[in-house]
Design a protein around this ligand. Structure first.
Ligand SMILES: NC(=O)c1ccc[n+]([C@@H]2O[C@H](COP(=O)([O-])OP(=O)(O)OC[C@H]3O[C@@H](n4cnc5c(N)ncnc54)[C@H](O)[C@@H]3O)[C@@H](O)[C@H]2O)c1
Length: 312
């Protein structure tokens, strides 16, 4: 198989690239390095099955040219920060929706008919059912979630028009090696500045779920290999949930740190945050998948990795 991974130099994309190379297939990484890092894919640079193209997914012409001979696109590039849409009303629109439209057009132009897409639990917004199944209402509370939901509908429409195979994966938060954004980094950065006191965004009560990146990548390939349906929408999460207070304690324990915790917000981290994220994994379990790492083990591994690879 010949794969192209948009955002293949990012946190999750680079693990997909590792998986593809480990299984003997060919991969083109297409990335503009806005948040991705050359060091995340540098281990493959001398592998004949690996090609790096530095480019922007909004450049449809270049992207379509890069898709020549490609069988399968993993579309992972995005503006992956949920929070910033409150202050910037354009970034999610450009980097998620316009960018996905460009990917779909490039696939159309170059004749690629298979796509896996990184969607998100944020499309459900404040879900009423927990664990939340895939047929729950789409009701996003952030521009990030709204644009990802719109991307899903665009992908669905192209799939119906042109008989494509699509795999829409709704991720909970991913953690693990090469993690570069989210609560674990935020806390470790704050501790670097002040090891004695830790200001936190909420009152500690929101409940969240996360998945270790290796388990998440296995889940995606399990679905792709085992399902026969042409259009697939599948949650990727963990059965375990922790309160933000428990998550913070696990991070502090792994970092051997004991600051005074100062919870100062309400029951959400920020405007548009969802205070209970727990996705149903029934579809994945029916395919025989289960995560190898617990939520807490995933946090511990992530902290260990960040402490060994400090980010600026
Ligand atoms: N990390 C999570 O917990 C999480 C949860 C839900 C969904 N997602 C989704 O998964 C995907 C990957 O997330 P991540 O955490 O690896 O993010 P990331 O920021 O590490 O990776 C995104 C990659 O896309 C590249 N990129 C961004 N805009 C681009 C553009 N216009 N052209 C070319 N390349 C571009 C970046 O340089 C980076 O390498 C994203 O679509 C994100 O929305 C992530």
């Amino acid at each position: 198989m010949n794969y192209l991974v948009t955002g293949g130099a990012g946190f999750i994309g680079s693990h997909i690239v590792d998986y593809i190379i480990a299984h003997g297939d060919k991969v083109v990484v297409y990335d503009n390095f806005s948040t991705g890092k050359k060091s995340f894919i540098g281990q493959h640079k001398n592998n004949a099955n690996f090609t790096l193209i530095e480019g922007d997914v909004l450049d449809t012409k270049k992207l379509a040219k890069s898709m020549k001979g490609i069988d399968f696109v993993f579309h992972m590039s995005a503006h992956a920060d949920v929070r910033s849409g409150f202050d910037d009303h354009y970034i999610d629109h450009m980097q998620n929706l316009e960018a996905t439209h460009s990917v779909l057009e490039a696939m159309f132009i170059s004749g690629v008919k298979k796509i896996a897409f990184a969607s998100t639990s944020s499309v459900y917004g404040d879900a009423e059912i927990h664990p939340t199944p895939e047929d729950s209402p789409i009701s996003p509370t952030s521009l990030y979630g709204a644009t990802k939901a719109a991307c899903e509908h665009y992908i669905h429409s192209y799939a119906v028009y042109y008989d494509w195979d699509v795999y829409i994966f709704r991720f909970v938060s991913f953690i693990g090696e090469r993690y570069t954004h989210g609560i674990i980094i935020d806390i470790l950065k704050k501790l670097q500045n002040n090891p004695a006191a830790l200001d936190l965004l909420s009152d500690g009560t929101p409940k969240k779920s996360s998945i270790y990146v290796g388990d998440g990548v296995d889940a995606m390939f399990t679905v792709i290999e085992k399902t026969k349906d042409k259009i697939n929408v599948v949650n990727i999460g963990h059965d375990e949930i922790l309160s933000v207070d428990e998550i913070v304690d696990t991070i502090l324990e792994a970092a051997h740190s004991n600051p005074q915790k100062k919870y100062q917000g309400g029951n959400r981290g920020w405007k548009g945050d969802n205070n209970f994220v727990h996705l149903s994994n029934e579809k994945l379990k029916a395919l025989g998948w289960k995560p190898r790492l617990s939520f807490k083990e995933g946090i511990q591994k992530t902290v260990e990795w960040i402490l060994l690879h400090p980010v600026s």
